[in-house]
Design a protein around this ligand. Structure first.
Ligand SMILES: NC(=O)C1=CN([C@@H]2O[C@H](COP(=O)(O)OP(=O)(O)OC[C@H]3O[C@@H](n4cnc5c(N)ncnc54)[C@H](O)[C@@H]3O)[C@@H](O)[C@H]2O)C=CC1
Ligand SMILES: C[C@H](CCCC(C)(C)O)[C@H]1CC[C@H]2[C@@H]3[C@H](O)CC4=CC(=O)CC[C@]4(C)[C@H]3CC[C@]12C
Length: 369
């Protein structure tokens, strides 16, 4: 990568740059990558906030496009030094068909890889997911695991299957020759459950709580721990990897890194209450209010209803067999691989991450504060 202390020279492309995580990556790059000359933001749907970024020193180029369309991807990648591929279809509720999820997450990623090869772009960072590891279909716990912890990663749901396949494509592409003869350098970041400003599922829980008169009802035992990470720290890890990948290609190329920070290990519901509690919601019950077998029955009924109603209406409740299994299985990471390989330290402390997320929840419609 050409580098100069004075003149910014680098061109970055962020796919999915208008999504929840993508927006944080875009803003973080503009704040913390002084070598940036142009930032290309590629997304199926462009957001209005991109307009306000056009006034700074970096040229921000908004590109409306679809990762499943190879020619659109190639045109966007051509001339960029680094690609951060964050675009993806995040669907565990049955909103999209398995085929569409595969097309976007797997074929889309293949298109990004081939575009790098064809156009001579050497550095590719892929936003993978903890879901490529687990929880698996057997509900085995993964307790404080790291990138080398043995775990039977077996999935059936289209989303984790697609993320696992896409990650494999990215890692296998490391070392392939790009146009011009240099080797492609790739790596994959695996966030656990991301939270923070803009998190749609947090918004859904908040609205659900408001509908029930400020109450949420405990469904999962408090002892089931679920890994979470603040969106600002996930974005920061992407920025750091992009910065360090050239110098440390031999060490980082073809590697996977969990995205982690100092967010506390808690159950999914107790963790959400760290933000929803200060915004006026209460979690009712110290133990689950319904027995687990009944939740399984309700989740199965929801899946059946979704299937029956599909010709008429899209029924996509939060509770289905997959989300129940996810929420009910301990999955936490404890690692320092990113710190050892490229000096990652969380940019935001837990206290800051929490304060920022609470401030955001307070701006949501219906908030009493
Ligand atoms: N939200 C989470 O907890 C986690 C997310 N991830 C991964 O992080 C990435 C970003 O996820 P989020 O920001 O949460 O999702 P999001 O849905 O907010 O963002 C995804 C973005 O990709 C764009 N996109 C979707 N299909 C596209 C297509 N065909 N062509 C171009 N753009 C397309 C969407 O318009 C959206 O802006 C995804 O790859 C996801 O798998 C990984 C771990 C956890
Ligand atoms: C929606 C689930 C919680 C509902 C529990 C209920 C119905 C009993 O109240 C969420 C529990 C775990 C979440 C997933 C997890 O954080 C890991 C993820 C990683 C990703 O790459 C995408 C998002 C997600 C699948 C996330 C989705 C919501 C949960 C299933």
């Amino acid at each position: 990568m050409a580098e100069s202390a004075q003149v910014p020279t680098l061109v970055y492309l962020v796919t999915g740059g208008c999504g929840f995580l993508g927006e944080h990556i875009v803003r973080m790059l503009l704040e913390r990558e002084p070598r940036l000359r142009e930032l290309r933001v590629f997304d199926l749907h462009l957001s209005p906030w991109l307009e306000e970024l056009q006034t700074g020193p970096v040229q921000v180029t908004a590109i409306q496009g679809d990762v499943t369309q190879a020619h659109q991807v190639t045109a966007a990648v051509a001339g960029s030094h680094v690609v951060i591929h964050t675009a993806g279809l995040v669907d565990v509720f049955g909103k999209a068909s398995p085929k569409t999820i595969h097309q976007v997450n797997v074929q889309g990623t293949q298109n990004v890889i081939e575009a790098c090869i064809r156009t001579g772009t050497q550095f590719l960072i892929y936003t993978s997911s903890m879901e490529v590891v687990g929880p698996n279909v057997k509900g085995h716990p993964f307790y404080r695991g790291n990138e080398d912890t043995p775990y039977e990663a077996v999935h059936r749901h289209p989303y984790p299957c697609s993320k696992a396949l896409a990650e494999q494509l990215v890692l296998e592409a490391n070392g392939r020759k790009v146009n011009g003869g240099l080797p492609l350098v790739t790596c994959a970041l695996r966030p656990t459950g991301i939270y923070g400003e803009g998190h749609q599922i947090m918004r859904d829980f908040y609205n659900q709580g408001l509908r029930f008169g400020g109450r949420l009802f405990r469904a999962i035992p408090a002892s089931v721990e679920h890994g979470r990470v603040y969106v600002g720290n996930v974005a920061w890890m992407h920025v750091l990897v992009a910065r360090e990948l050239e110098q440390r290609a031999a060490l980082m190329g073809g590697q996977v890194y969990f995205c982690y920070d100092k967010s506390p290990y808690k159950s999914y519901e107790d963790f959400n209450m760290e933000f929803l509690g200060p915004c006026g919601l209460r979690l009712i019950g110290t133990h689950p209010l319904l027995p687990y077998w009944l939740l399984v029955l309700l989740a199965t009924l929801n899946a059946l209803l979704q299937w029956l109603l599909r010709p008429l209406v899209l029924y996509t409740p939060l509770l289905n067999p997959y989300t129940l299994a996810m929420a009910n299985t301990t999955f936490t990471v404890s690692t320092n691989k990113a710190q050892r390989h490229f000096g990652y330290k969380p940019l935001f402390s837990w206290e800051e991450s929490k304060a920022r997320t609470i401030l955001w929840v307070q701006t949501l419609e219906g908030s009493a504060r």
